[in-house]
Ligand binder design. Structure first.
Ligand code: SF4
Ligand code: SF4
Length: 455
């Protein structure tokens, strides 16, 4: 049975028990932060979910209204309302835009955790999420799936199924979306090959730790290898602690609190007592989360202080290299001018406010000319696992991003985030666009080694 409450929203009946789901007492979205919103609506045009869905309830302002309504008991946390929080990409563009300094990042962080605790998801949704959170953050579990996936690719099954459109036809849409971003697997994916300490070339300038990432080390190991070569060529001794796992970014962005805390503590422990000048990250989502550890672990009596200190040592690798300066000689990547469109990952641009640094590094490569795309600060729709969970919105954003990037006429797209790379690669293929896509560290690596793009 369903009845309406005073707000006009319907209460929900589960197992014949009428309930009005709401936020619980544990860290609901902070009313003071909510009150900072003056409802001006400046954030709407920069919000990717609002751009695609077009409803106030799928905008930052609308979601803040909903949070307030639930806090006040005027609106229930019903499945329809929870969906408006789920459609948020967590891209943080609204935080950059808001003239009133509304801390939407903190509001959505509390809300997501509340949704995970108090909103009963359907069984298929629950199973999918459980599968993702029990495999993606654990490289060794992910690697168990690699052999069948490699066979699927090498035997031509993937090509056949994709060309016939059977995956979209016969798989649930979220599984089809997951398959659609699967990168081409290489033998390097099966194990971590980097030694624990890699010596600097020439005089040692710094001793730095490097985060391998969970999905990145499996799906884009070449980016980690390139990063190590760039760092060592620029006088850094690189330490790659064996004990490191996932940093917790994936779980953090989806409100999986317990898993986030556990993974954050493990990461802090893995990099402890190594006498490092900095802990470097080459994936923007991970970098943003590592810099947030002080906030994430603020209530943990054992880790609060350690987390704060750890976060202070974290740098995005481009931020670090721009700051300390490149010392290795750079060669052109091709003899003619090379037009590159640098794609700003949201957690780099909005989360870490890093945009000039990667561009300054790329401009140092001889013959490189940077091109800027329309809507450069709009999310590509990857947003962690958003392109799997909210596949339609993610798909439209991916399409738009690739159109905008390729409309610049660039021969190459540079992107510094594993999720963005897989999303953009998928849409380049779908749009039959023959444009190269590389991580800036791979470009610097080629340039340092004198390797040309067509080699
Ligand atoms: S979040 Fe900021 S920009 Fe958006 S409506 Fe509120 S005050 Fe205005
Ligand atoms: S985080 Fe991104 S998707 Fe979410 S409300 Fe802000 S701008 Fe919109």
């Amino acid at each position: 049975m369903q009845v309406s409450d005073k707000s006009g929203f319907e209460n929900i009946s589960i197992n014949n028990q009428e309930i009005t789901p709401s936020f619980d007492a544990k860290n609901p979205p902070n009313p003071q932060l909510i009150d900072a919103c003056v409802h001006c609506g400046f954030c709407l045009s920069t919000c990717p979910s609002y751009r695609i869905i077009g409803k106030e309830t799928d905008s930052p302002r609308g979601r803040i209204y909903l949070m307030d309504g639930i806090n006040e008991g005027d609106i229930p946390l019903s499945p329809a309302i929870a969906q408006h929080f789920d459609t948020c990409l967590g891209c943080l563009a609204c935080v950059t835009t808001c003239p009133s300094g509304v801390q939407y990042d903190q509001l959505i962080e509390s809300t997501r955790a509340q949704v995970e605790r108090n909103h009963p998801r359907s069984l298929p949704e629950k199973l999918l999420r459980q599968f993702i959170f029990s495999t993606f953050p654990y490289p060794n579990r992910l690697r168990v799936l690699l052999a069948p996936l490699l066979a699927y690719q090498k035997l031509g099954l993937q090509k056949l199924l994709r060309s016939q459109g059977w995956l979209e036809k016969f798989l649930p849409k979220q599984l089809a979306a997951m398959e659609s971003v699967l990168p081409e697997l290489t033998p390097q994916a099966f194990q971590d090959n980097l030694p624990e300490v890699i010596a600097a070339q020439g005089a040692k300038r710094y001793r730095v730790g490097m985060l391998l990432g969970c999905v990145q080390r499996v799906f884009l190991p070449e980016v980690n290898n390139a990063t190590v070569r760039v760092l060592t060529a620029n006088g850094c001794e690189v330490v790659v602690p064996k004990l490191q796992g996932c940093c917790g970014a994936l779980s953090h962005h989806q409100g999986q609190e317990a898993q986030t805390l556990e993974l954050a503590k493990q990461t802090i422990d893995a990099f402890a007592d190594l006498n490092l000048d900095a802990v470097l990250v080459n994936a923007s989502g991970c970098g943003h989360t590592l810099k947030e550890y002080g906030h994430i672990l603020k209530d943990d009596p054992l880790y609060a202080e350690k987390a704060k200190l750890f976060s202070q040592t974290v740098k995005d690798v481009q931020e670090f290299l721009d700051h300390v300066g490149l010392t290795a000689k750079l060669s052109p990547l091709q003899d003619q001018p090379l037009a590159i469109a640098y794609q700003d990952a949201c957690h780099m641009l909005h989360g870490q406010k890093i945009s000039l640094e990667p561009r300054r590094l790329l401009r140092q490569i001889p013959n490189v000319q940077l091109r800027e795309s329309v809507d450069a600060s709009l999310c590509c729709g990857s947003a962690g696992i958003y392109n799997i969970l909210q596949s339609e919105v993610g798909h439209e954003l991916g399409e738009m991003k690739v159109t905008n990037l390729t409309d610049t006429g660039a021969q190459l797209i540079a992107s510094a985030n594993v999720g963005c790379i897989t999303q953009i690669r998928k849409h380049l293929k779908l749009q039959n666009k023959n444009v190269l896509l590389m991580h800036p560290m791979e470009l610097l690596d080629y340039s340092i080694r004198g390797k040309k793009l067509d080699n």
